[in-house]
Design a protein around this ligand. Structure first.
Ligand code: ZN
Length: 311
């Protein structure tokens, strides 16, 4: 049993030179599917050794303090601290003045910096999440072609133009560090399928990065392809965020119940109320629920389906 309260969930390498896949589970403490999936992947890697494997995979807990409490964060959202400006601000604070989640950032960054400073042929960061609403299965990427190639390998919808609406998440960090990566939303928080989706995403990323030899008998990738292809079968492949409805607490925003992610909505459809009255949907498209509804400044997003990648 892995101690839940250490930073590292697992590491695996055969010593052969290659890329680094750095995976974070539980940046939000109530989203444990990534942590559970990482444990399964490391158990399987260790049970199957020796393997045709190159490079190194590292899996870590994101916000340990929040994971202990099984809540999104303790004092502030760790997933909104990843811009260079925020990191610099937090680093400059005297340690005693840092919030709990800011201390988590400092510890996590120390771990990342140590790992990233080693010799690798490539570095990819996979940041594992789940959503409060149903159908929350998609990859969030910054609009860079190598990220889209990686995300496409996971079969789930690829969301363009959300990463910069949520400007201080890990996508921003990936771009500023000059590394590739994906924030992967694997489904609803406590749905057991979310763990299977996360596990599949990790294996398919290892395969896409060329770290495992999927031609060898030790690795049968088909179950992981099947898991994500069937889970995504009713969902579009490429989507772009075209509208964000910003809210503040004074708005008393209330969305009418029943919407899911990717729910088709039309221009003029009454979809919510606030202190000023009923809110009509401003565009026809697909609904994207806020990643965290009862807090934060996102009411909802509208997406449009794309028939091909814009990159
Ligand atoms: Zn999350």
């Amino acid at each position: 049993m892995v101690d839940l309260f250490t930073r590292t969930i697992g590491e695996y390498t055969t010593g052969r030179k290659g890329p680094l896949l750095f995976v974070i589970g539980g940046i939000h403490g109530n989203e444990l599917s990534g942590v559970l999936a990482l444990r399964k992947v490391f158990e399987q890697l260790k049970a199957s050794a020796p393997l045709d494997f190159c490079g190194k995979i590292v899996g870590v807990h994101g916000n340990i303090s929040a994971i202990r409490l099984r809540q999104r964060y303790v004092e502030c959202d760790l997933n909104r601290l990843w811009s260079a400006d925020e990191i610099e601000r937090v680093k400059k604070l005297p340690p005693a003045a840092r919030k709990v989640d800011e201390r988590e950032l400092i510890e996590l960054l120390a771990h990342i910096e140590t790992e990233f400073s080693k010799e690798y042929t490539d570095i990819v960061l996979l940041d594992l999440h789940t959503t409060s609403g149903p159908n929350g299965l998609f990859s969030i990427i910054s609009n860079q072609k190598p990220n889209q190639v990686l995300a496409s390998a996971l079969h789930a919808p690829v969301l363009f133009d959300l990463a910069h609406a949520l400007s201080t998440n890990t996508n921003r960090f990936m771009d500023e560090q000059g590394i590739k990566g994906i924030a992967f939303e694997a489904g609803q928080h406590d749905d057991p399928a979310s763990v299977d989706n996360q596990e599949s995403a990790i294996w398919l990323t290892l395969d896409k990065m060329g770290m495992i030899n999927s031609e060898s008998l030790a690795f049968d990738m088909d179950p992981y392809h099947r898991q994500l292809i069937t889970s995504s079968s009713q969902l579009p492949h490429f989507v772009r965020v075209i509208y964000r409805h910003a809210i503040s607490p004074e708005d008393q925003f209330h969305m009418y119940p029943g919407y899911n992610n990717f729910h088709e909505v039309y221009k003029g459809e009454p979809i919510a109320r606030d202190a000023k009255g009923e809110i009509l949907c401003p565009f026809s498209g697909l609904m994207l629920m806020p990643l965290y509804q009862s807090q934060g400044s996102d009411g909802f997003f509208i997406m449009e389906k794309l028939w091909e990648s814009p990159l």
